[in-house]
Structure formats: C-alpha cells, structure tokens
Write a protein that binds this ligand. Structure first.
Ligand code: NAD
Ligand code: TYD
Length: 345
C-alpha cells in the first residue's frame, strides 16, 4: 500500500511509520508542518527509498490534493496535541483540527471520485479517548456520548464529526481510532511522563496538578501505532475503535513514584501545583471492539515505563534539543506562577 501519513514526524506518527515499514512492503509519504512538536530526527534512520518527508500544512488544499494522488490511504495523526497549550492558546488547535481535517477529507473524496467507483481509498482519523470527557466509573464504549472538556479534545471531537459526515454523506471509506494516554520513546517532554523523567534527571521540580489522583489508562506507543495499522487494514468503514491500555488506570501519583524509583530520585522533587482548569479526573476505555479485530496491548506498563526511562536517560541529546526554541517561554507561562505558589506533594 502507498500511505500518506500526516503528522508523521511527531511521537505516535513516527512510531507508526517505523513499525509499518518494518512489518509491510508499504511506501509512505509523511506530510508534517514540523511545528515545535514535529521532529525530522524521528524519521532520520528510516529507508529514504520507502519514506519521504514533505514539510507542509494539512490545511494547504493544493498541496494535500497533490499528495493524495500518490497514495491509496491517508492516516491523519496531525494535530496540536497538548491540553495545557490548548488552554493557553486554542487557535492552532482549531485550525489544524477542523480546517485541516476538512482539507484532508476533501482531498480523499476528490481522489476517490477521480479513480472511479469500486476503488478503495481509506481514511483513518487518529483521535483520542479525551473526546468522551471524564468517566467517573465504568468504561467508555464507542457509541457513548462525546463530551469534550478542553479546547484540545473539542477540536479532536470536531474532527471526528467531520469524518463521520464525509462517511455518511459521500460514502467515504473512513475509520476513527480513539487512543488512550500514550507514552514511550520520542514523546515531546511537555507531556506528563517525559516531563517528569527529564525534570527528575535535571533535579528540577515535578509539577503535579491538584491532588495528583487523576487516573489514566496508559498505552505504549508501539501498541498504539500497531492498533492504527490494524484499523487501517481491517477496520469496518464508518466505525470508531477505542485503543485501550492494559485496563488498569493509574493515578498520576503512582506514575510519578514509579519514575522516581526507576531514576533513584527523591519524592521531595514533587510539588503540588494549582490544577489545570477543566481537568478530566478519569479516562477508561472498553477495548473489546478492537480486540475483536485481533489487536491487543502487548507492552505491560511497568516494563514499558522502565524502557522509556532508560530511553530518555540514553538520549539526552534528543530531548535537550527539543527543550529549546520556545520551551523556556512556554515553561514560564505554564509553570512559573504555579511553582511559585506550590507546596510539597
Ligand atoms: P505530536 O504533537 O508528537 O505530533 C503531532 C505532529 O503533527 C507533529 O509532528 C506536528 O508537527 C504535526 N502537525 C501539527 N499541526 C500540523 C498541520 N497543520 N499540518 C501538518 N502537520 C501538523 O502528537 P502525538 O502525541 O504523536 O499525537 C498524534 C495524534 O494522536 C494526534 O492526533 C493526537 O490527538 C492523537 N493522540 C495522542 C495521544 C497521546 O497520548 N499522545 C493519545 C491519543 C490520541
Ligand atoms: P498529559 O500528559 O498532559 O496528558 P492528558 O492531559 O492528555 O491526559 O497529562 C497526563 C496527566 O498528568 C493529566 O492528569 C495531567 C497530569 N499532569 C500533571 O499533573 N502535571 C503536568 O505537568 C502535566 C503535563 C500533566
């Protein structure tokens, strides 16, 4: 298959590209805007004969139309992906999550029509469990209501609605994945796990929001990437698929303790800081629909976290380069006042 992978220079997208090249004969075009989160280094070790990186925006209609002609499927990972940044500055989230998804869908529909009836042209929208909003008890199923709490998850929900509309109205062959909180190598250090690993390595404070008892069902990036591949290959058009972790939701405090234990660093680094507004206390997914396609999470959390800590320990040059550019400015805006008013956790 020839695939256009948008956002393929980011954390999950680049893992998808790496694993897809290893497991199939596919060729891949990556379209990535290379925002602060996109990193060509994530693709640098891959075979240039099978993967090509194009720098550009998914909201650029003519560019997307041109690339859509080269492939048989589009997998859209491109998004602004951090909840805290969406609270500081939502604009880019909506531009990419709504206008960008619209352009991609139009490119897919036009190309499908150009090739004629009977041609298969698949669209996979990589979405998130955060579209369900907080889940006080039980587990979200794919047909549950969508109630996003943050500008990030609202933009992702909007993208899903567009995908569904293009499927219903024009019969576009499209699936949606809703992945749980993902962790692993090459994740931008703005997110909880890599932020706390890299801060702990630097003996810097670990800013734990509120009481730290918010719970997440963690999913290793290899498992997430493989799940997207299974949906691309075997998903039923028109359906969304939850991608759950190992089914055991862990409070942020427990994740923090595990990181510190692995690094041999003291709990005194952890600071209790004012909470994120609109913070969802719990996410939990029912993953049975995707398991029925033959996928299951393979990486246990303890082993995956230990390997992730080791990766950041061994790849300081990667994350030091990423904690540059606008990093200091972002860090001050997000954490400056929070850390000033912080208390021991
Ligand atoms: P990431 O921030 O590491 O990567 C996003 C990539 O998209 C970056 O390479 C960025 O440069 C690119 N991008 C942003 N705007 C673009 C645009 N307008 N045009 C082209 N490229 C653009 O994020 P990630 O963690 O790899 O997430 C990938 C996808 O998975 C996102 O859609 C996200 O919503 C979804 N997701 C993430 C998680 C998670 O825990 N990280 C969980 C579930 C779903
Ligand atoms: P994050 O990695 O931002 O993912 P999401 O908001 O998409 O779940 O955060 C994971 C959890 O960690 C979430 O409950 C918020 C919390 N958190 C902190 O306590 N401190 C931090 O500095 C960050 C970034 C997150």
């Amino acid at each position: 298959m020839r695939i256009l992978v948008t956002g393929g220079a980011g954390f999950i997208g680049s893992t998808f590209v790496r694993r897809r090249l290893a497991a199939t004969q596919d060729t891949i075009v990556v379209l990535d805007k290379l925002t602060y989160a996109g990193n060509p280094a994530n693709l640098a070790d891959l075979d240039p004969g099978r993967v090509r990186l194009v720098r550009g925006d998914i909201a650029d209609g003519p560019l997307v139309d041109e690339l859509a002609r080269e492939v048989d499927a589009i997998v859209n990972f491109a998004a602004e992906s951090h909840v805290d940044r969406s609270i500081l500055d939502p604009d880019a989230f909506l531009r990419t999550g709504v206008l960008g998804v619209h352009r991609l869908l139009e490119a897919a529909r036009t190309e499908r029509d150009r090739r004629g009836t009977g041609s298969r042209y698949r669209f996979v929208q990589v979405s998130t469990d955060e579209v369900y909003g907080p889940v006080p008890e039980g587990r979200s199923r794919e047909d549950d209501p969508i109630r996003p709490s943050s500008p990030y998850s609202a933009a992702k929900a909007a993208g899903e609605h567009l995908v569904r509309a293009w499927h219903e109205t024009w019969g576009l062959d499209a699936c949606i994945t809703r992945g749980a909180n993902t962790y692993g190598p090459r994740q931008h250090p703005e997110k909880l796990i890599p932020l706390f690993i890299t801060n702990a390595i630097l003996d810097a404070p670990l800013p734990l929001y509120g009481d730290g008892m918010q719970r997440r069902d963690w999913l290793h990036v290899d498992d997430h990437a493989d799940a997207v591949g299974v949906v691309l290959d075997r998903g039923v058009s028109g359906l969304a698929y939850n991608v759950s972790g190992d089914g055991e939701e862990r409070p942020n405090r427990a994740v923090t303790e595990a990181i510190l234990a692995q690094l041999g660093k003291p709990w005194s680094l952890v600071r209790s800081v004012p909470d994120r507004p609109g913070h969802d206390r719990r996410y939990a997914l029912d993953g049975s629909r995707l398991r029925a396609l033959g996928w299951e999470a393979r990486v246990p959390f303890a082993a995956g976290l230990a390997a992730t800590v080791d990766w950041y320990r061994e790849n300081a040059a990667w994350w030091q380069a990423v904690r540059s550019g606008d990093w200091d400015d972002y860090y001050r805006r997000q954490y400056g006042w929070r850390l000033e008013g912080s208390a021991p956790a």
